[in-house]
Design a protein around this ligand. Structure first.
Ligand code: NAD
Length: 260
């Protein structure tokens, strides 16, 4: 379905980004990987998933908190892949503290990585998408793009911000073949959430499995984690022709979190 398209997935070396990159590769899209950690392992997994389609993978190590590094990643996408057809803004970090205790450098980093980076990739990707009159922009927001939780001020502000950026992007491209949407996951058991589970286990002197259950029960009525594979399938749908009129949506996949 996506043969010949190129997808750039930021933060695709782990968790949700890796799941989405694999789902797009399985549909035949070439994948530009970005993020830190075990890059080779992630790239090999993605390449293997798309092998039947003969996809290519690329990699750029841009730090998504740095506008000039984002610009060089977009230039790399242009020269090596002929531009970005599918842009998935996924890279993100978390920090948990009350506002009065929130480290200023963590606030700045979360706003830069979880919000401003999407502005930079979008401003640089949209002109090429306009020329082709086709594009898909998928911003990975969160249930925290729709509702708040205590101690997550920067994250909630950034995720509400990315939902707003998504709506504006959708309006500005409404008469084109470019769609802009956000996905709002609930809890997904990735390294980002495992840290929060571990902190809860340590602070409450409880086993990790109990901390997991308590974390889910607090917010997610299904009591089950959302998976990167399920989010990958939603991203594939948003890239399909059937989703051509889904524009400016903030689509929750959250086990019922925001229905409460
Ligand atoms: P993760 O920690 O597993 O992966 C984060 C990815 O971002 C990694 O590839 C990492 O290398 C990359 N990254 C981090 N900082 C970066 C930077 N400065 N520059 C480039 N890449 C960077 O996390 P995840 O849970 O898969 O989260 C992915 C996205 O999904 C985030 O935007 C997160 O806010 C969002 N999200 C996660 C959950 C959840 O429950 N896990 C829920 C809702 C939304």
């Amino acid at each position: 379905m996506l043969n010949g398209k190129t997808a750039l997935v930021t933060g695709s070396t782990s968790g949700i980004g890796l799941g989405i990159a694999k789902a797009l590769a399985a549909q035949g899209a070439h994948i530009i990987v970005n993020g830190f950690g075990d890059v080779d392992a992630a790239r090999a997994e993605i390449a293997q998933t798309g092998a039947a389609h003969g996809i290519r993978t690329g990699y750029h190590n841009a730090d998504m908190s740095k506008a000039e590094q984002i610009a060089s990643m977009m230039a790399y996408a242009e020269t090596d892949f002929g531009g970005v057809d599918i842009l998935v803004n996924n890279a993100g970090i978390q920090h948990v503290a009350n506002i009065e205790d929130f480290p200023v450098d963590r606030w700045d980093a979360i706003i830069a990585i979880n919000l401003s980076s999407a502005f930079h990739t979008m401003r640089l990707a949209i002109p090429g998408m306009r020329k082709k009159n086709w594009g898909r922009i998928i911003n990975i927001a969160s249930a925290h793009g729709l509702v708040a939780s205590a101690q997550k001020s920067a994250y909630v502000a950034a995720k509400h911000g990315i939902v707003g950026l998504t709506k504006t992007g959708a309006l500005e491209t409404a008469h084109t073949g470019i769609t802009v949407n956000a996905i709002c996951p609930g809890w997904v058991l990735t390294p980002l959430v495992q840290k929060q589970v571990d902190a809860r286990a340590e602070n409450g002197h409880i086993p990790v499995e109990q901390a997991k259950r308590e974390l889910l029960m607090e917010k997610q009525p299904s009591g089950e984690f959302v998976t990167p594979e399920q989010l990958g399938a939603l991203a594939v749908f948003l890239c399909s022709e059937a989703a051509a009129q889904v524009r400016g949506a903030a689509w929750n996949m959250d086990g019922g979190w925001v229905a409460q």
